[in-house]
Design a protein around this ligand. Sequence first.
Ligand SMILES: [Zn+2]
Ligand SMILES: [Zn+2]
Length: 393
Amino acid sequence: MSGGAKLAKAAGRRNSPAPSAGVRRKALPVPLTMKAWVLGGPGELELVDKPVPAPGVAEVLVRVDAVAVCGTDLEVIGHGDPALVRGGAPFNKNFTPGHEYMGTVAAPGPGVDEFAVGERVAVEVHAGCGRCERCREGMYTACLNYGMNYGDRDKGHRANGFTTDGGFAQYAVNHVNTLVRVPGGMSDEEATLIVTAGTAIYALDVAGGLVAGQSVVVIGPGAIGLMAAAAAKALGAGPVILVGTGQDRNRLQTGLKLGADAVVNAQESDAVEDVLRLTRGRGAHYVFECSGARDAINVAARMVSRGGRICAVAFAREPVPVDVARLVSNNIYLFGIRGEGRSATRRAAALMAQKRFPAKLLHTHTFPFAEVPAAIRCAAQRTGDPIKVVVKV
Ligand SMILES: [Zn+2]
Ligand SMILES: [Zn+2]
């Protein structure tokens, strides 16, 4: 892994240890204004002064300590979608992106006793409305108050960094349901990865969950794919096979360190044949498609066993033809997930606290808060082969 851009030390901030007994109940001193990056036109980020937001009922104010750059941030900043601010594109609306952050509880809103001031927390992205059918089922990332109402604060819905202000700022407001305590001893940088692992756990959960003793293929060794391989192995799956392409060589090596039993470079061999060989000709019980590549679902359908399950985790860039007859004639189940529902993030934090896999290997680059655009460029252009680029705030 490249360490060339590890600049966190230069920022001079230290990780505060997790407070336990005697946690301060009084609010931390909070300024009236803060520095925040806002989205101008497509691809334009500007550092501005903004009022520090006030937490409402069931919300807390979080002092952001670190925020990771996600592939979806690159989409939001470059193209707008899937962010939707006040019913439209997020450009020139004083909107702050960033959704994979962690920090310290700075002030509670009215009635909040779930978290104390000074506690270190990581976040989930979605606070669903809490009143629609899906939210009541725990599927708050598929909240029905979406579309015209997506992001309607009066309905209680918020998705920080998508419909409401996110974490490329010194402070952010979060619903208590979207907070998870950071395990003691975990660095700020690693804690930003909890929500990434949460998405992987949600995919495993939705696709069937009980993977012990079953074969799992993960296509696409990006951060979520690597977390999916690591989590599947931690939950007893085997073999866990991670599939990438030529430019993913280092990521595949990281996958082995995270627990994958085998890695396949699809540019060097026939990935479908390799998977069949590794699964005694049957195909895998589960395939998690984390690449968004054009033909990935069809490839997954050739890797999965009859009656097996495919879960689509990545956003594909364009509509693609899928061999539906193959799915139907082989009784293959196809699932899709969005984000991290059913409190998967809390289970992810538990696995990481138990050190079931070395999640921190995913964090490769660090930038100071003043250099958010450079961090975004590093992630977008894959300069120095990053997996997760983290900004220290
Ligand atoms: Zn993300
Ligand atoms: Zn809802």
